[in-house]
Design a protein. Structure first.
Length: 121
């Protein structure tokens, strides 16, 4: 499941929960305690789903490099890019805010960049 470079991954079921959230907010006027309890449960459910989605994503990256000592440098570079994406989303960091090397703020070349492109950057 592709994710934007910055921002938390989306929980597929979250958009479907918008009507539930709107009902919870409306309920606050008549029963604030119940509304807060329902909001708590909704957010808890969504954070559990998000945690599972992140664990699956992390495990998929792990499998690409950890199982084989003969993984190519290119495959390792791609894994590092994927870990960087996950880290950036978890820390809400932008690539520009992460220290790096070779004129790149994040230390990892985007796909398609060459060493020559980095030297010119």
């Amino acid at each position: 499941m592709p994710h934007p470079e910055v921002g938390m991954p989306q929980v597929p079921q979250a958009p479907a929960q918008l009507p539930r959230w709107e009902l919870i907010q409306a309920k606050f006027v008549d029963d604030p305690r119940q509304a807060v309890a329902e909001a708590h449960q909704l957010v808890r459910d969504l954070t559990e789903q998000l945690t599972r989605a992140l664990e699956i994503e992390r495990a998929e990256i792990d499998q690409r490099w950890a199982a084989s000592p003969g993984v190519s440098t290119e495959e390792l570079r791609q894994c590092l890019q994927q870990y960087r994406s996950v880290f950036g989303r978890l820390s809400w960091a932008t690539p520009q805010s992460q220290p790096g090397v070779a004129g790149r703020s994040n230390g990892v070349q985007p796909e398609g960049d060459t060493l020559e492109d980095s030297a010119r950057a």
